[in-house]
Design a protein around this ligand. Structure first.
Ligand SMILES: *[C@@H]1O[C@H](CO)[C@@H](O)[C@H](O)[C@H]1NC(C)=O
Ligand SMILES: *[C@@H]1O[C@H](CO)[C@@H](O)[C@H](O)[C@H]1NC(C)=O
Ligand SMILES: *[C@@H]1O[C@H](CO)[C@@H](O)[C@H](O)[C@H]1NC(C)=O
Length: 295
C-alpha cells in the first residue's frame, strides 16, 4: 500500500511504501533532517493512507521547526509556498478543460499548441508546429530552462517571446525542465473559458476539495497570520561551515500578489498551502480526483 507523504518546503513529493515506513520513526527522521541542515526554518508534513475499509482514511498532519523569525513554531496549518507542486494543479485544471463537453471544438492532450494559442511560436519549426499539450507538460519541446523572466511581464508577452529562445535539443529528444510551458498552460482558462486561471483553479479544484487555506494570493495568506517567513542565513562563511546559521533574516514573500491579482509565475509555482490542505489533495489524487469525504 502506498503511504504518500508530502513535505511542504522545497522538498517535493516523497512516496514511500508502508512496509519501510513502519520500520522508521517518521518523527525522529524528520527532526534529524532539521538538525542535519541546522535550519532556522521549518516545514509541514502530511501523511495519508487509505485503510482497508472502503472510504476510511488515516490522516496525520504536523508542523516541524520554526515558522517565523519571531519564534512561532510551524504547525499543521502554517502556510508555505509549495513551489513547483503547483504544476500538478495546472495539469489537473488542463485535464478539466480537456474533459469539458461544452466546448464546440473539443481539445485533447494531443491538441497542437499552434492551433490554440495565437502568440505561440518556437525557434525550432518542427517543435513549433508539432508541440502538443502533452509535450509541454512533459518538458520535451527541446527548449531548456531559460529561467530568467521578469515578474512584470504578462503571460501573453512571455509566450510571444518564446520564439527567440534557443533550443538545446531536438523536439521530443530529451526531458528538459521548463517553467515557461506551465506559464503557457495557465493561459488556457482565459483563452478557452474566459476566466483567469487562478479563478478557474479555485472554482473547480481548490473550493470543491474544501482546501480553504490554499491560495495563490500572498496578501490573503499574510492576512491569515499563518504564512511562514522565508528565511536566509546571512554572513555565513560556507567554506568553514556549509550549514552555519549566521544571522537569520526573514525574506519578503517571493511572489507577492494582492487578492485576485494574477502573477505571471503562478502557473509554474504560485500556490501557498498547509499540511492539512495537502492531506486532502493527496487523498483526492489517490481517490481518482474525488473529494475523500463528499466524493
Ligand atoms: C516550539 O517548539 C519547540 C521544539 O519542539 C518547543 O521546545 C517549544 O516549547 C515550542 N514553543 C512554543 C511556543 O510552543
Ligand atoms: C466548461 O466550459 C464552459 C463553457 O465554456 C465553462 O463555462 C465552464 O467553466 C467550463 N468548465 C471547466 C471545468 O473548465
Ligand atoms: C572563510 O573561511 C576560509 C577557511 O577558514 C578562510 O580561508 C576565508 O578567508 C574565509 N572567508 C571570509 C570571507 O572570511
Amino acid at each position: 500500500m502506498l503511504l504518500p507523504t508530502l513535505i511542504l518546503d522545497c522538498v517535493p513529493l516523497v512516496y514511500c511504501d508502508a512496509a519501510s515506513a513502519n520500520k522508521i520513526n517518521i518523527d525522529a527522521a524528520i527532526k534529524s533532517i532539521l538538525e542535519d541542515f541546522n535550519t532556522p526554518g521549518g516545514f509541514g508534513v502530511a501523511v495519508v493512507r487509505k485503510s482497508t475499509q472502503e472510504s476510511d482514511w488515516i490522516v496525520e498532519t504536523k508542523g516541524y521547526g520554526v515558522a517565523k523569525l519571531d519564534g512561532t513554531n510551524a504547525t499543521k496549518d502554517t502556510l508555505f509556498a509549495i513551489g513547483s507542486n503547483s504544476k500538478l494543479f495546472k495539469a489537473l485544471a488542463t485535464g478539466l478543460l480537456i474533459s469539458n463537453e461544452s466546448f464546440l471544438t473539443r481539445i485533447s492532450w494531443k491538441t497542437k499548441i499552434a492551433s490554440l494559442v495565437p502568440e505561440w511560436g518556437l525557434m525550432d519549426p518542427v517543435a513549433s508546429a508539432e508541440s502538443t499539450i502533452q509535450d509541454m507538460m512533459s518538458h520535451r519541446t527541446g527548449l531548456p530552462r531559460h529561467g530568467l523572466i521578469s515578474l512584470s511581464d504578462t503571460v501573453s508577452e512571455i509566450i510571444r517571446r518564446l520564439r527567440y529562445l534557443k533550443p538545446s535539443a531536438s523536439f521530443r529528444e530529451i526531458w528538459q525542465y521548463n517553467n515557461h510551458m506551465y506559464t503557457l498552460l495557465s493561459y488556457f482558462p482565459p483563452l478557452l473559458v474566459g476566466v483567469s486561471f487562478e479563478k478557474h483553479g479555485n472554482d473547480f479544484i481548490i473550493e470543491p476539495l474544501d482546501m480553504h487555506s490554499t491560495t495563490y494570493f500572498s496578501e490573503r495568506a499574510e492576512k491569515s497570520g499563518k504564512l511562514a517567513d522565508g528565511m536566509m542565513r546571512d554572513g555565513v562563511n560556507q567554506s568553514e561551515d556549509l550549514f552555519g546559521v549566521g544571522r537569520v533574516r526573514a525574506l519578503p514573500y517571493w511572489l507577492p500578489a494582492k487578492e485576485n491579482t494574477g502573477n505571471v509565475f503562478f502557473g509554474a509555482g504560485g500556490l501557498i498551502s498547509n499540511a492539512d490542505d495537502m492531506a486532502i489533495w493527496l487523498q483526492a489524487l489517490l481517490n481518482e480526483g474525488r473529494h475523500p469525504i463528499n466524493n
